[in-house]
Design a protein around this ligand. Sequence first.
Ligand code: ZN
Length: 224
Amino acid sequence: MDFFRVMIDFGKRKRFACGCLAEITEYKRTLCPVCGIERVTPNYQQMFKDKKWNMKIFMDREHYADFLSSQIRGIVSEKTKKILIENFNNAVDFGNIEMISFRDLTEQKLQEIRNCYGYAAVKKIPNDPPQYYRLLLKQGAELDFQKTNIELTVDCSKCGRKRYATPGCSYHEGTPYIIESTWKGYDIFYIEGMGNTVFCTERFIEIYNQNKLTGLEFEKVQTV
Ligand SMILES: [Zn+2]
């Protein structure tokens, strides 16, 4: 069984549109007194996984991929949603997104966007962008921690934070090794210890190619 790491294709000849968060807020940073790790709120990565969150995004241009590049991974087109339900219904769930048009943006909001994303960001925001959805996935397999060269370095009882990292590092370095016998049968999934990285099977890539979907690249990972 081969597994793959799912990565974003930003567009080879022409850049794909990026979905940008329309809620622009000041981040609050606090240090946990027990583990010393910085906590940033709002935590959009966490909110993304909450089915009820009303996420709002605008597009920075026209030229739409089926899997959108965005600050947060896992945003899919209407066509992709349908294909995923047809083929991988046990693995996927979806959350809504409110798509923001250029005409929805007040002058004050545009100024906030310029301040946050840069001047160029507001120049090509389209009216009437297509509908996208948040793709919600489950944990689908376990890692061989030793071979992956990763360990649970923080497991905080105070803030609930878990951090998996390569020893002596604050992140993971190297290739993940998936334990094949722990695979739960989902063709697209997360793995505990690999954060928001998405993994998939060959069957997922077959369906992706058959339907000529766009926006992803795949990299084979190791299996034990
Ligand atoms: Zn803590």
